[in-house]
Design a protein around this ligand. Sequence first.
Ligand SMILES: [Zn+2]
Length: 139
Amino acid sequence: MPHTKEQKKIYNASPKGKKSSKICRWREQGIIDSDFDDLYNYVLGETNCMICDKKYKNSQDRQVDHDHDDGTVRYICCRKCNTTILSEKTRTDNTSGHTGISYDKRSDRHVVEWRVDGVRNYRCFKSKDDAIEFNKNKR
Ligand SMILES: [Zn+2]
């Protein structure tokens, strides 16, 4: 572990330091995962938002969306989607067992929502037919 201020600076800028501070932040946010190393590699490998499909501008733009009830990761998405689309959905969707397809204007996506053991799940599709097909088959 680094001791001096200078050592700490070097450590924080290293890949190992960046990783540990990111994981530390996730834990603070309440994210629960069985393998944070694996999650980190997975998140780093994502280049485009899972919801609007736009390329991430930088590492701050790439955000991890998690379920506030149980801490599990739902999405890797851009800051815009994380703060607008998903938070609006979370606010309006408070009926357990709610399921269905909704259209999101902002991202031009059809969003399929369903619950598994009380956990909210989302999947976004460009085509409405794909969303309908997925909605049928997931049951
Ligand atoms: Zn997005």
